[in-house]
Design a protein around this ligand. Structure first.
Ligand SMILES: Cc1ncc(COP(=O)(O)O)c(C=O)c1O
Length: 401
């Protein structure tokens, strides 16, 4: 190995990360994902999981996955378009479409791959993308891969979004040497998280739908943190607002659904297009059929148990009220993500470490995941946390801060 050249590529970046408190290390957890976990032999309340409904540990769901492994083996053996497509993949896609109230759905191996593969298939270098400034990294990477011209609009600022669309149309007319308003070939895509992953706030879907219609552009939302969480039965943002759906709905099977994979739901034509054009769907081995079977079984469980979604919502309200009673400011949130803003990176890290010593895990989220000086504790709740655990955690957080 040529150490000098490897240093040339890696050493400065690592040293800089150490110097500015952004160096990352893995945490070792020696028990399954649940509302309590074991870290370094210590029982710890987990306020940091994306498994919002705590389905990873439901006995009947674990048994269903074990049975699926026995029936379908350990891997798929091929890409979806070669030999990898098995009955559980088809059944999962059918159920996602039904659950989301769409004509069809397509499953990817991760939510990351769904975003990257969808945006880069839909848009090319002559197109325009309008992206909320707080969108997830997988959306940003999809936009970069598409090579489309990207306009980043201020977070949830619908006036800024409309300004960006007007600016893009003007640029398009100038580029194509068209008279103003001669924009029938203009192709634009608005893309946004449904629930913003570091702030827990929601995209304004009714207003986004209005703007997309008024300006003749496509609308894509990423429901990674919305599926299984928002709406009375956990169907997501459209159920929450009781409004129409976006043209393209992306989601993940790895958070509330507690399996693995990503999906896109929408019209039959959109899904056929992605099966033909999405490179992160085509050029990769299909997810293990047992994982698809598990995701299907878990989604069916959510469908049959809307009370679990309500339980999560009750917990979020209880915890936010408790934090406020202890004098902390937290935003009104309808998702399961509650940011407690600290500001300074090193301070956020110290608070998180102290909490962990007292048996509570809430990670400190720092630059570059969030903006510099916006470091925070990012609490996320599960439907199964008890009121005692949440009250204990709220009191400890306030005391340590
Ligand atoms: C908003 C958002 N979109 C997409 C993803 C990616 O999903 P996955 O973990 O299934 O790759 C995540 C998180 O991981 C996310 O927070």
């Amino acid at each position: 190995m040529n150490e000098r050249i490897l240093d040339f590529f890696t050493k400065d970046a690592l040293e800089a990360a150490r110097a500015n408190n952004t160096y990352r290390t893995l945490r070792h957890i020696s028990s399954p994902e649940a509302s309590h976990v074991t870290i370094a032999g210590k029982d710890t309340v987990l306020l940091a999981s994306n498994s919002y409904l705590d389905l990873a540990n439901v006995s009947e769901l674990k048994q269903a996955m074990a049975d699926a492994v026995l029936e379908w083996g350990t891997g798929s053996g091929g890409a979806r378009l070669t030999t990898g497509n098995k009955t559980p993949h088809d059944e999962l896609e059918e159920f996602i479409a039904q659950f989301k109230g769409e004509e069809a759905a397509i499953v990817f191996n991760t939510g990351y791959m769904a975003n990257v593969g969808t945006i880069s298939a839909l848009c090319g270098k002559n197109d325009f993308i309008f992206s909320d400034e707080l969108n997830h990294a997988s959306i940003i990477d999809g936009i970069r891969l598409s090579r489309a011209k990207c306009f980043v609009y201020k977070h949830n600022d619908m006036a800024d979004l409309e300004r960006a669309i007007e600016a893009a149309k003007a640029e398009f007319c100038a580029r194509e040497k068209l008279a103003e308003n001669a924009v029938s070939n203009f192709r634009g895509l608005i893309v946004t998280d449904a629930v913003f992953s570091m702030d827990g706030d929601l995209a304004n879907l009714p207003e986004l739908l209005r703007i997309a219609k008024a300006h003749g552009v496509l609308l894509m939302i990423d429901e990674a943190h919305a599926t299984g969480v928002l709406g009375r039965t956990g169907r997501g943002l459209a159920e929450h607002y009781n409004c129409e759906h976006a043209d393209v709905t992306v989601g993940t099977l790895s958070k509330a659904v507690a399996a693995e994979g990503g999906f896109v739901a929408g019209s039959k034509q959109l899904i056929e297009f992605l099966k033909n054009k999405s490179r992160s769907f085509i050029f990769t081995t299909a997810m293990a059929p047992a994982v698809a079977a598990a995701a299907l079984r878990n989604l069916q469980f959510i469908d049959a148990h809307p009370e679990r979604v309500q339980q999560l919502r009750d917990n979020v309200k209880f915890f936010c009220d408790a934090l406020r009673l202890h004098g902390l400011q937290v935003p009104q949130t309808e998702s399961a993500i509650i940011p407690i803003i600290i500001g300074d990176e090193a301070k956020a890290l110290r608070i998180s470490e102290t909490l962990q010593k007292r048996g509570i895990l809430i990670p400190a989220i720092r630059y570059p995941t969030v903006a510099k000086g916006q470091a925070r504790l990012r609490a996320s709740l599960m439907a199964t946390h008890t009121k005692e655990e949440l009250e204990f955690a709220a009191a400890k957080i306030a005391e340590i801060i």
